[in-house]
Design a protein around this ligand. Structure first.
Ligand code: GRF
Length: 205
C-alpha cells in the first residue's frame, strides 16, 4: 500500500518530527515524511529531517517576504509541489494566514501541549502549571482560523506532580505527544473521520 505523503512544518528541536519519522520507518504509521519546512535556519528539526532521509528539507526566511500571506503562499506551493496530502505542524511557531488555512482546509493538523480549550497560546505548559491544574495533557487538532481552536482529533492526559517544574512537566508531555501524534496520523489515514459541528467522528477500521 502506498504511503500518505505528509509535510511537517517545524520551528524548534523537532522531537515530534523524530517520533513520526521513527514510527513511519518502523511500519507503525503509514506516512512518508516527504517534506520538512522551517522558518528557522537553525531548527533542530531540519537536522533530524536530514538524518531521517527526508527527501526535501527547506528553510524559508520570513524576512524575505513582504507579508505573512506571501510567505505562506510559497510554503503552500512547496507543499503542493511535493505532493503532500497532509500538513503536520510540529512546533511551528508562526500563525498561519487565513488564505493558507482556506487552501488546505481540514488538511492541517497541530499538536498542542495542553488539554484544549484550556491554556491555548505559546506558553501552555507554564500556564497550566501556574494555574495549578492537577491534570494537563496533549491535544491533536485540526487547524482553523482560531488560534489553537480547531476541532479536536485526539487528547491524552498527563498528571501534574507537586514537584513539577515547567521543564519536568514538558518532558512528560513530550513523551505523551510522541505516542499520540503518530497514533492519530495512523487513525486518520486508515480510518478517517467526519466533522459534525465541532465534533470529530472517527470511522472505525
Ligand atoms: C511541542 O510541545 C508541541 O506541543 C508544541 O511545540 C512543541 C514542539 O516540540 N506545539 P518539538 O520541536 O517537536 O520537540
Amino acid at each position: 500500500m502506498s504511503k500518505t505523503r505528509i509535510a511537517v512544518l517545524a520551528s524548534g528541536k523537532g522531537s515530534n518530527l523524530k517520533a513520526i519519522a521513527g514510527a513511519a520507518s518502523r511500519g507503525e504509521c503509514p506516512v512518508e515524511v516527504a517534506l520538512v519546512l522551517s522558518d528557522k535556519a537553525d531548527a533542530g528539526a531540519l537536522q533530524i529531517a536530514r538524518d531521517a532521509g527526508v527527501a526535501r528539507t527547506d528553510y524559508l526566511n520570513p524576512g524575505d517576504y513582504a507579508d505573512r500571506a506571501s510567505f505562506d503562499a510559497v510554503c503552500g506551493d512547496t507543499i503542493q509541489a511535493a505532493g503532500c496530502d497532509w500538513i503536520v505542524l510540529a512546533g511551528f511557531m508562526r500563525i498561519l494566514s487565513n488564505s493558507f488555512i482556506e487552501r488546505f482546509r481540514n488538511r492541517i493538523i497541530n499538536i498542542h501541549p495542553a488539554l484544549l480549550p484550556a491554556f491555548p497560546g505559546a506558553h501552555a505548559v507554564r500556564d497550566a502549571l501556574e494555574y495549578g491544574v492537577k491534570i494537563t495533557g496533549v491535544t491533536v487538532h485540526l487547524v482553523d482560523e482560531v488560534l489553537d481552536g480547531g476541532p479536536i482529533l485526539a487528547q491524552a492526559p498527563v498528571m501534574v506532580r507537586d514537584d513539577d517544574t515547567v521543564e519536568s512537566l514538558h518532558n512528560r508531555i513530550h513523551a505523551a505527544e510522541h505516542q499520540l501524534y503518530p497514533e492519530t496520523l495512523k487513525r486518520m489515514i486508515e480510518g478517517g473521520f467526519s466533522i459534525e459541528g465541532r465534533r470529530v467522528m472517527w470511522k472505525e477500521t
